[in-house]
Design a protein around this ligand. Structure first.
Ligand code: ZN
Length: 63
């Protein structure tokens, strides 16, 4: 039985992603005990993009 130590559970998209596709790994929690929690690259990029676009998004768009 192969163990999944090379997988990280992305808490944002709720998916197991390979360690190579992980931006952050959290050391504070584990999914099913042995799979570390983290954030995959695509979620990290989305978060970064939304931070950059944040001030624009908060402008009133219905003016
Ligand atoms: Zn993700």
């Amino acid at each position: 039985m192969k163990q999944q130590f090379d997988m990280v559970y992305c808490i944002q998209c709720s998916t197991l992603v390979p360690v190579g596709s992980v931006e952050h790994t959290f050391r504070t929690g584990f999914y099913k005990v042995k799979i570390p929690l983290g954030q995959c690259i695509s979620c990290a990029q989305k978060e970064r993009a939304s931070k950059e676009l944040g001030p624009l998004i908060t402008l009133p768009l219905m003016a």
